[in-house]
Design a protein around this ligand. Structure first.
Ligand code: NAD
Length: 441
C-alpha cells in the first residue's frame, strides 16, 4: 500500500519505519525542512531503541522516503496518517488542534483517488467530524473517509510496540475505510485484536486509556506516601496488589510523578472535554493536581537531604521523562530541577545518557552538565536519580562514594541496591519505604 505520514515526530517516524518494514511504500512529510534534510541524509532526528537499523534498511530499499511537500507525499496515497502534535493550549489546557486542522487543510487539495485519512494524533471527541468538514469544504470532489486510529506506542519501546500492539483501534462508521485498514494491519491481525468501533468511541478510548494509566501511577505514588508513614514497603504492596489479575502488575512502580508528552496533556484535555459537556471527572482532576504537587515535594525532599550544607552541589542523574528516550517533554525530572532552582539551588549538575541536547536547550546556563554519571557525582553533596536508565541501575556505587563529597542518595526511581548502598555507608532514601527501613530488592 502507499502510505503518507504527516509529522515525523515520536509517533510519525517509528510508524513510517514500521509500515515500510511491513512492505508498504511510505512517504513521511514534515514541515520542518531541517528535519527532512537530516532524515534524507540518512540520520535519525530522535532516539528510539532499535529504530536506526530499520530506518537504514528501509531507506536503502527505497520503501521509506521523506519530503516537505504535502503534494508529493499525499499524491496517490491509499492511507494518510496525521501524526502531528496536539499540545495543550497554554491558557485553557484543552488540546490545541491547530496542527491537525492545518494538516487537513493542506492535504485536502492534494488528494487523488479514494483515500483513508487517519487521525493518529491524540484528538478530542468530534475532531474527526471537523477534519472531515474541513477537507470537504476545501475539496468537495475528494473521495475519502476520516478514521480515528489512535496510537498507543510507548516511547522507548516504539519499535517493539509498533510490531506488537496490545490492540489496534479502528474508529469509523465506513465499511470501505475499515476494509482498507484491516488490510494494512493484516500482518498484526494474528497476534493482536483489531477493535472496530465508532469514530467517537475510538477518540474517547485514547484519552480514557492514558487517563487511567496516569491515575494508576498517581495511585501507587500516593500509596507510597502512605507506606513511608505506616512502616510498610511499597514494593511488597505493589507486588501484592499487582498479583490480583483484576489490577495487574504494570504501572505500579512509584516514582517522582507521571510525565512525558502524553499523560499530563491528555489528562488535562480529558478533564477539559468532560467539563465542556458538563461532566466532572473528579478522579482525573485529583491525579492532575496531585501530580503537580508531587514534583514540588520531590524537590523539597532532595533539598532536605542536603540540609546543613551551604550551596549544596546536587547531581541529577536522568532528565528524560523516562529511560530509553531523549524526550524531555513534561519530564518530572525537568520540573523537579526547575523547582530546585526556584528554591534557590544554584549548583545543579545534570547527566542523562541520551537527553543532554534537550536538557541544554531547556536549562541553558542555569545548571551545569556532566559528560557522564561519574563526572556528575564528583564533589556532589546529594545524588538524585530521576530517570530509570539501566546504566544508573548498574552504577558502581563504591566509585560513586569515592567521588561524592557527601554520600547521600535520593533514589526517586527505586533503582539502586539499598543494601549495597547502605553497606557502603551511603545515606539512602527511596520512594515508599519507612524511614530507616528500606525495601529489600
Ligand atoms: P512530535 O511533536 O514529536 O511530532 C510532530 C511532528 O509533526 C513535528 O515534527 C512537526 O514538525 C510535524 N508537523 C506539525 N504540523 C505539520 C504539518 N502541517 N505538516 C507536516 N508536519 C507537521 O509529536 P509526537 O510525540 O509524535 O505526537 C504526535 C501525536 O501523537 C500527538 O497527538 C500525541 O499526543 C500522540 N501520541 C504520542 C505518543 C508519544 O509517545 N509521543 C504516543 C501516542 C500518541
Amino acid at each position: 500500500m502507499k502510505i503518507a505520514i504527516i509529522g515525523t515526530g515520536y509517533v510519525g517516524l517509528p510508524s513510517g519505519v514500521g509500515f515500510a518494514e511491513l512492505g508498504n511504500e511510505v512517504v513521511c512529510i514534515d514541515k520542518i525542512a531541517e528535519k527532512i534534510e537530516v532524515l534524507k541524509a540518512g540520520r535519525l532526528t530522535l532516539f528510539e531503541e532499535g529504530l536506526c537499523e530499520l530506518f537504514k534498511k528501509n531507506t536503502a530499499s527505497g520503501r521509506l522516503k521523506f519530503t516537505t511537500s504535502m503534494r508529493e507525499g499525499v499524491r496517490g496515497a491509499d492511507v494518510v496518517l496525521i501524526a502531528v502534535g496536539t499540545p495543550p493550549d497554554p491558557v485553557t489546557k484543552a488540546a490545541d488542534l491547530s496542527f491537525v486542522y492545518a494538516a487537513a487543510e493542506e492535504m485536502a487539495e492534494c488528494l487523488d483517488g479514494y483515500t483513508v485519512i487517519c487521525d493518529k494524533s491524540t484528538v478530542p471527541v468530534g475532531t474527526g467530524d471537523r477534519v472531515e468538514r474541513l477537507i470537504r469544504e476545501k475539496n468537495p470532489q475528494a473521495e475519502f473517509d476520516v478514521v480515528s486510529l489512535p496510537e498507543f506506542l510507548r516511547e522507548g519501546f516504539a519499535v517493539h510496540d509498533f510490531f506488537n500492539p496490545d490492540r489496534v483501534v479502528i474508529g469509523t462508521e465506513s465499511e470501505r475505510a475499515r476494509a482498507v485498514l484491516k488490510k494494512l494491519y493484516a500482518p498484526m491481525a494474528g497476534k493482536t485484536q483489531l477493535l472496530c468501533v465508532k469514530r467517537r468511541s475510538a477518540e474517547t478510548i485514547k484519552y480514557a486509556s492514558n487517563s487511567f494509566l496516569a491515575m494508576k501511577i498517581h495511585y501507587i505514588n500516593e500509596l507510597a506516601n502512605f507506606c513511608e508513614h505506616a512502616g510498610a514497603d511499597i514494593r511488597d504492596v505493589a507486588l501484592g496488589i499487582g498479583l490480583d489479575s483484576r489490577i495487574g502488575p504494570k504501572f505500579l512502580n512509584p516514582g517522582p510523578g507521571f510525565g512525558g508528552s502524553c499523560f499530563p496533556k491528555d489528562t488535562l484535555a480529558m478533564d477539559y472535554m468532560a467539563r465542556e459537556v458538563g461532566v466532572d471527572l473528579t478522579l482525573i482532576q485529583s491525579a492532575i493536581s496531585g501530580n503537580v504537587l508531587r514534583k514540588k515535594l520531590m524537590a523539597r525532599r532532595i533539598l532536605k537531604a542536603a540540609s546543613g550544607v551551604s550551596k549544596p552541589r546536587i547531581a541529577v542523574l536522568g532528565i528524560a521523562f523516562k529511560g530509553g528516550t531523549d524526550d524531555c517533554r513534561e519530564s518530572p525530572a525537568v520540573d523537579i530541577v526547575r523547582e530546585l532552582l526556584l528554591l534557590g539551588a544554584d549548583n545543579v549538575v545534570i547527566f542523562d545518557p541520551k537527553a543532554m541536547d534537550n536538557a541544554k536547550k531547556i536549562f541553558g546556563d542555569k545548571v551545569s552538565f556532566a559528560p557522564d554519571a561519574y563526572a556528575a557525582l564528583e564533589g556532589a553533596d546529594v545524588c538524585a536519580v530521576l530517570t530509570e536508565w539501566k546504566e544508573f541501575k548498574d552504577l558502581d556505587l563504591a566509585r560513586a562514594k569515592e567521588l561524592m563529597r557527601r554520600p547521600v542518595l535520593e533514589d526517586l526511581r527505586n533503582m539502586l541496591d539499598p543494601k549495597k548502598a547502605q553497606s557502603l555507608g551511603f545515606a539512602y532514601d527511596c520512594i515508599g519505604a519507612a524511614q530507616g527501613e528500606k525495601p529489600a530488592l
